[in-house]
Design a binder for this molecule. Structure first.
Ligand SMILES: Nc1nc2c(ncn2[C@@H]2O[C@H](COP(=O)(O)OP(=O)(O)OP(=O)(O)O)[C@@H](O)[C@H]2O)c(=O)[nH]1
Ligand SMILES: [Mg+2]
Ligand SMILES: [Zn+2]
Length: 315
């Protein structure tokens, strides 16, 4: 809350024509809460209100937005300008993402490869770098780890394995998050909140026990929060989700470009319009036969292609 003193600070600041006593700074919105925005700048969190012009124009500010704000008191500011966004997500509503950390568990629940691939397509389409992380390493053996690595490393994505129980792989994952804004996405119960807690002992997000009967998560996390590991490292936990539509504007011929391991091979298909289904001399199907493309990746490509074609028809 802004007290009387700060209100009058704001007025005096507004009144000063050159605003010489108001410092203009740039920062990142960490969260919005009952009309106030919390803006991080050089390790300090400012409680900011909106300038009237931003209210009038109904500018919508999201966590992750870069803004210019004036300092009008000790730790108190007023947001002046929204700086251009690099990208934005609708769900969770955040802006300027660098990475989507796609989290799956190696067991309990078993990895949902279709959801992982769907999220990689979604991320790349939005120009967000996908990072894949398999948690609950303590529950899996080395054969399972090898199998997953063999699917995703040739696909060209950074792949991490970790366990919040043994602490294995947490330091490596943390290093990959350093200096970036990442959102953790994945099915309920895979350990998103546990990973956040393992990264910073201070946060202590609620985690859920998985019901033994159902082996399903209970959606412990219900809202979006942005956490700061340090001045430049932001991480958002999201409520688990298991269904996600492919972006509506993808065209069928664009889909294969969102599978990085297909990309270098596309020019070797006989037909420039090859959809890599039943066409002769298809470089993708050849790479599949040679074991250079994982069967699950190819199958998911075909499933998404069907979805994209259905979507094209319905618009
Ligand atoms: N064995 C094992 N269990 C884990 C590990 N990480 C998390 N868990 C357990 O998995 C369950 C779910 O973890 P959460 O962190 O709540 O999962 P979440 O992804 O945040 O789930 P939602 O908030 O529902 O989306 C909890 O019982 C955790 O204790 C791990 O590395 N190994
Ligand atoms: Mg959670
Ligand atoms: Zn082809």
């Amino acid at each position: 809350m802004i007290d009387k003193k700060n209100d009058s600070d704001m007025e005096s600041c507004l009144q000063s024509a050159v605003a010489s006593d108001c410092q203009l700074l740039e920062g990142t919105i960490i969260k919005g809460y009952s009309g106030f925005y919390y803006v991080s700048c050089a390790g300090v969190l400012y409680e900011c209100s909106l300038r009237g012009k931003n209210k009038q124009k109904k500018v919508k500010f999201l966590p992750g937005d870069k803004v210019q704000f004036s300092v009008i008191g000790d730790g108190v500011g007023a947001i002046e300008t929204l700086l251009p966004r690099k990208n934005q997500l609708l769900r969770p509503p955040v802006a300027n993402l660098d990475q989507l950390v796609i989290l799956a568990a190696m067991r309990d629940p078993l990895p949902d490869l279709r959801l992982i691939d769907r999220l990689t397509v979604f991320a790349q389409w939005n120009e967000i770098a996908p990072v894949i992380c398999f948690n609950k390493w303590d529950l899996a053996d080395s054969a399972e780890q090898k199998k997953l690595a063999e699917i995703y490393e040739p696909a060209g994505f950074p792949v991490f394995f970790c366990s919040t129980v043994t602490g294995q792989g947490i330091a490596e994952l943390k290093a990959a998050l350093q200096g970036k804004f990442s959102v953790l996405a994945g099915n309920s119960g895979v350990g998103k909140s546990s990973i956040m807690n393992a990264i910073s002992g201070e946060w202590q997000l609620a985690t859920g026990e998985i019901s033994d009967k159902l082996k399903r998560g209970r959606h412990t996390t219900r809202h979006v929060e942005l956490f700061q590991a340090d001045a430049d490292t932001l991480i958002a936990d999201t409520p688990g989700f298991s269904s996600l539509q492919l972006p509506e504007d993808i065209k069928r011929e664009e889909l294969s470009r969102l599978f990085p391991e297909f990309l270098s091979r596309l020019s070797h298909c006989r037909f420039a319009t090859c959809m890599h289904r039943n066409e002769p001399d298809c470089a993708i199907k050849e790479a599949l036969a040679q074991g250079e493309i994982a069967p699950s990746r190819y199958e998911n490509y075909l499933a998404f292609l069907e979805e994209v074609i259905q979507q094209e028809r319905s618009y």
